[in-house]
Design a protein around this ligand. Structure first.
Ligand code: DSN
Length: 418
């Protein structure tokens, strides 16, 4: 029996319900994944008890000899995985990893330039409601209206016009490859520093399935839980010139004690990602995404930019019905056991709480063992739920089919159910 079950039944019930939800649904949120039993176990160890402000060999607390080993393992493995000169594995999240770069490289009022949130960018890349948009002067580049790919001519023009101190690349809803070399050239022409936020594609970058920004950008930030399939957290990679400044920005600049149990889980995930099977996994993510994109296109959905090069796709719902919105479709799909998120599409006439788009991804489905041959079935259920217009009876039928199907693809989980 799990100790929580006897000591805290209410909490246990919620955890068990969440496990059942994950087991019986298709997780298609592009930024989510299912960690391995080893990663999950590392996150639930006694390391959560330990304060370790500082860095290995230079801590502000006694008793850090073993957590030093843990953090060094995480650092060595991340450095090997991404072939970078320096890594800081302490950021609690991708947002804090990005803030560490801002604290190390910028002063309040400096100009930063990133991809517009409505065109696939991220909140922390200069959105007005975020610290990055309040403390700095944000300029945003967009995708080309026709190709829906990043408009590099606009990037160059804006960089020359606004002379940003930092150019930010990376996205949370962009399905095409990033041309880091082209960005580096523009950064060099205009005297900007370059940052790549590879949160979504980190697993693909680590395995060479997406070009790496490491040779081009002074700063590479990432979360560790999306395609990289580690615990929910962040990290910053940099070169020897910026290593000290980044470390000081993370601690004591932004954070206090690092979460050593989560750093252990990062070490476990990086160890897994260094194995050949992880490359096969990432190859399968991409294959699944390509086939899913084709299957959805065949059913009348329009994919932003016409398809995908990575693990995600952005679906424009408008060709399937005037009344369809992201928020409606997200709710219908959830009732049908398919978990996605509503998402703005480029030049979206609807508001962020409504949207004309849905973002879907294949990392979690691939972890469960789904292959190209299953994508037609997934697209069918997706389509039946959308076409149902919210009809409860149809959604229940799909829900039952999905639950039956998922039973054959167990989560890579420690079983917490009794
Ligand atoms: N929330 C993440 C995503 O879903 O892409 C980005 O931070």
């Amino acid at each position: 029996m799990n100790p929580i079950e006897s000591t805290d039944p209410a909490l246990w019930q919620a955890i068990s319900d969440e496990q059942k939800r994950q087991e019986t649904t298709l997780e298609m949120i592009a930024s989510e994944n299912h960690v391995s039993p080893a990663v999950l176990a590392a996150a639930g160890t006694v390391l959560t008890n330990k304060y370790a402000e500082g860095y290995p060999g230079r801590r502000y607390y006694g008793g850090c000899q073993f957590v030093d080993v843990v953090e060094n393992l995480a650092r060595q493995r991340a450095t090997e995985l991404f072939r970078c000169a320096h890594v800081n594995v302490q950021p609690h999240s991708g947002s804090q990893a990005n803030q560490a770069v801002f604290l190390a490289a910028l002063s309040p009022g400096d100009t930063i330039m990133g991809l517009h949130l409505d065109h696939g960018g991220h909140l922390t890349h200069g959105k007005s409601v975020n610290l990055s948009g309040k403390w700095f002067r944000p300029v945003h580049y967009t995708v080309d209206a026709k190709t829906e790919r990043i408009d590099m001519a606009e990037v160059r023009r804006l960089a020359h016009e606004h002379k940003p101190k930092l150019i930010i690349t990376g996205a949370s809803a962009y399905s095409r490859l990033w041309d880091w070399a082209a960005f580096a050239e523009i950064a060099q022409e205009t005297g900007a520093l370059l940052m790549a936020d590879i949160a979504h594609i980190a697993g693909l970058v680590a395995t060479g399935l997406h070009p790496s920004p490491i040779p081009y950008a002074q700063f590479v930030t990432t979360t560790t839980h999306k395609t990289l399939r580690g615990p929910r957290a962040g990290m910053v990679m940099t070169n020897a010139d910026w290593a000290k400044k980044i470390d000081s920005a993370v601690f004591p600049g932004l954070q206090g004690g690092p979460l050593m149990h989560i750093i252990a889980a990062k070490a476990a995930a990086f160890g897994e990602a260094l194995k050949p099977q992880f490359k096969q996994y990432c190859e399968q993510i991409i294959k699944n995404a390509r086939v899913l994109a084709e299957e959805l296109t065949r059913r009348g959905y329009r994919l932003v930019s016409g398809g995908t090069d990575n693990h995600l796709m952005l679906i424009d719902l408008r060709p399937r019905g005037e009344n369809l919105t992201g928020v409606l479709v997200e709710t219908w799909l959830q009732t049908a056991g398919i978990i996605v998120n509503k998402n703005m599409i480029p030049f979206d006439p609807r508001k962020p709480a409504e949207t004309s788009g849905i973002r879907v991804g294949t990392p979690a489905l691939t972890t469960r063992g789904l292959k190209e041959s299953h994508m037609s079935q997934v697209a069918d259920w997706f389509d039946r739920a959308v076409a149902s217009q919210g009809d409860a009876r149809i959604l229940e039928h799909v829900r039952a089919d999905v639950a039956h199907f998922t039973a054959a693809f167990p989560l890579p989980h420690i079983t917490v159910s009794p």
